[in-house]
Design a protein around this ligand. Structure first.
Ligand SMILES: Cc1cc2nc3c(=O)[nH]c(=O)nc-3n(C[C@H](O)[C@H](O)[C@H](O)COP(=O)(O)OP(=O)(O)OC[C@H]3O[C@@H](n4cnc5c(N)ncnc54)[C@H](O)[C@@H]3O)c2cc1C
Length: 647
């Protein structure tokens, strides 16, 4: 096993050296500098083709608080797979409910964007995506951050939202377009229905519907921009009879004019859209039109941060694509940065289990920290800060402020500003979740080479706690915990097995997500490592293709050796790093340093020798001179060697 690991190490070194040499680093750096201009107007998972109102901290309050209309708000994380899967549904909701915008808008905010931390923390968002309805005049108060709409299909969202809107107290609402959601009562008459606030109306659309139905509410909301009509609900059969509707039909539509003439309308189907279409057709025939678009109150647009994507950058990152199994320093750093700047600060209360999980995570990160000297200072101090909270609640805000303080004190911390190996072929693919896996694999490998603790579970336990309490992909966290107990995480016997446990667990996730809508088409989910990265890892060899439905016969010793090499800090690629000086010296750099040191000592030796020779020459010369002068001098008197007087 040792020999095979050695062979793998040699192979990997050769491979890493050859490929790194071919990477056009300067070109990449130049492109990173050009990234100031945004390439599109997309914000998070939504862009200008969607009817979703895009919010950031720059326009959240103006859009949601104390408005004369309500808001449906989605809190999401761009890197959460479930949020990405839900995005098409939410776009559909926004498209369908665009006609309701005088009464309720469909908006979204990306909690993965650091600038929105404060908002997502204040609204105590605990899972992603979270949908909340905030009514007209909404102001957040303790434990009142809007009403949750947990249903996730378009129809359910539409009817739940309709119920919430209709339940508002109209007395508190100043919106002139707010529909009248009251049922027509026995006391109402054909005349009285034309009285009241909706003064421009020429028609009243009467909808006979079952109790608790949202058919009429939804229809009314679709028609808020038609001043000529008011939609009213009828559930009582005797009231239906009174207005000439067929009481035996539980979903019926009629249009009544000011003269009290009632016309039964036939809709293509018994849905709110069908009823709306039928009413619009009847009104258009009578030459009525909806209010012009410009009458809709404009919403302050969000400030769009520049996109980190350029076409050229994508091309450049093809270089990275060719070296898929490389581990990049930039990704490790971005994972840590996102954890410190976004994931942890977003959590409002960090107490009890969460505090313990954070303490464990920072302890492990401090031990196997891939950052340079400054980053080590930062994590060390941060760990000490968090560890001092005992039982006592730490808040996300306090954590955020401490990170800021320490980064000011010890910064600059990060040698890179972008994902490299984890960059997706388009924005919001891969990114943070990819870098998080990378960081935990890196730490399991570092742990196996460190004797500070013999606990084989330290990294896995830290990861388990982190994912459960802080990972912004709620769905992923649930799956991970279920998988952890199924795969008996707490029975992992040693540090090498911890590396392999995580590898196998990650492969299970890869298998589940292969072909999923969230998969980056340019980075398909594979069983890792591929045969092209590590042929020795397959017992059946590279010549036998991997058949998806057949279990791979892994050579686990080779896999372990491969992972230990790939996640070895010596081989972590520095491609894309802009401030290399912040990082610890690599072995190669240290060797170079030593060579320089040797050169100096050789010179010293030569200088010493020269000085030595020079001194000898000088002494000889001095001696000769002295002896020469002494030979010709006439001594006035003297003693011989025996002290006898010479005359
Ligand atoms: C703990 C966790 C659970 C998740 N659960 C879900 C989920 O339930 N649903 C969901 O939609 N998304 C989930 N995700 C996200 C998902 O796994 C991917 O991170 C995301 O789809 C991005 O994929 P990627 O192609 O960048 O590669 P990733 O799967 O993120 O892998 C990152 C890098 O790790 C290396 N790698 C890949 N496989 C292995 C392995 N077996 N061993 C060692 N290294 C490997 C490769 O170099 C790869 O580029 C989860 C993420 C995490 C961190």
């Amino acid at each position: 096993m040792v020999l095979s690991q050695l062979a793998l190490a040699v192979l990997t070194i050769i491979e890493l050296r050859t490929v790194s040499a071919g990477v056009p680093l300067q070109r990449y750096e130049a492109l990173l500098k050009q990234q100031s201009a945004p390439v599109d107007e997309s914000l998070g998972l939504y862009d200008n083709n969607d009817q979703v109102v895009k919010m950031t901290v720059s326009n959240f309050n103006e859009t949601v608080l104390e408005q004369s209309r309500g808001s449906l708000v989605e809190f999401y994380n761009t890197y959460c797979g479930h949020c990405r899967r839900f995005a098409p549904t939410y776009k559909e909701v926004a498209q369908e409910l665009h006609a309701w915008r005088e009464v309720v808008i469909v908006a979204a905010i990306d909690c993965a964007a650091e600038e929105n931390n404060g908002i997502c923390r204040a609204y105590e968002v605990m899972g992603y995506p979270t949908l909340r309805y905030m009514g007209p005049g909404f102001q957040p108060a303790a434990k009142h951050y809007g009403q949750d709409l947990s249903s996730l299909n378009v129809k359910e969202i539409r009817s739940l939202l309709a119920l919430l809107v209709a339940a508002e107290n109209p007395k508190n609402i100043t919106n002139t377009y707010w529909p009248n959601f009251n049922y027509v009562s026995e006391n109402d008459s054909k005349v009285s229905l034309f009285e009241g606030s909706h003064s421009q109306k020429e028609y009243v659309a009467l909808i006979h519907e079952p109790e608790n139905s949202t058919l009429a509410i939804e229809t009314a909301l679709y028609l808020t921009r038609w001043p000529s009509v008011e939609v009213r609900r009828i559930s009582d059969t005797s009231v239906a009879n009174k207005f000439q509707l067929d009481s035996s039909k539980r979903r019926q539509l009629a249009l009544m004019n000011r003269q009290g003439q009632v016309q039964i309308l036939t809709a293509t189907d018994d849905t709110s859209v069908g009823f709306k279409n039928a009413i619009e057709t009847a009104l258009t025939k009578e030459h009525f039109t909806p209010r012009p678009e410009k009458s809709v109150e404009p919403i302050k647009p969000a400030v769009v941060p520049p996109s980190p994507y350029t076409e050229e950058m994508k091309l450049t990152l093809d270089e990275v694509k060719r070296n898929k199994h490389f581990v990049y320093q930039a990704d490790l750093e971005q994972a840590i940065r996102t954890i410190l700047h976004n994931e942890v600060p977003k959590v409002n209360d960090i107490g009890n289990d969460r505090l313990l999980a954070l303490q464990r995570f920072l302890t492990v990160l401090n031990r196997y920290n891939p950052l340079g000297f400054n980053g080590r200072q930062l994590i060390g101090q941060l760990k000490d800060y968090v560890v001092q909270f005992n039982q006592q609640q730490l808040t996300g805000k306090q954590f955020e402020m401490e990170v800021q303080r320490l980064e000011t004190l010890y910064g600059p911390i990060y040698s890179s500003t972008h994902f490299v190996g984890c960059i997706g072929s388009s924005p919001h693919l891969r990114g943070f979740s990819c870098s998080l896996w990378t960081l935990f694999h890196f730490m399991t490998v570092q742990a196996s080479q460190n004797d500070d603790t013999s606990d084989p579970l330290e990294v896995l336990q830290a990861m388990h706690g982190y994912i459960k309490n802080f990972f912004g992909c709620t769905d992923c966290a649930d799956h991970f915990q279920a998988m952890a107990s199924r795969r008996k995480i707490w029975s992992v016997p040693n540090k090498d097995e911890a590396i392999l446990w995580l590898w196998a667990a990650h492969n299970e996730v890869n298998q589940r997500l292969a072909g999923d809508a969230t998969e980056d088409p340019q980075y398909p989910k594979i069983q890792y490592p591929s045969t092209s990265s590590c042929v020795q890892c397959y017992r059946n060899g590279a010549d036998q293709p991997v058949v998806e439905h057949l279990a791979i016969n892994w050579n686990k010793d080779a896999v372990l050796g491969f992972l230990k090499n790939i996640y070895n800090p010596e081989f972590v690629s520095r491609f894309g790093v802009q401030k290399e000086l912040l990082l610890p010296a690599t072995a190669e750099q240290l060797r170079e340093k030593r060579q320089i040191a040797n050169v100096f000592s050789d010179m010293d030796m030569r200088m010493g020798m020269l000085l030595y020779a020079f001194c000898i020459v000088m002494m000889v010369l001095a001696f000769k001179l002295f002896a020469f002068k002494g030979g010709y001098r006439k001594k006035p008197y003297g003693h011989d060697m025996l002290g006898k007087l010479n005359y």
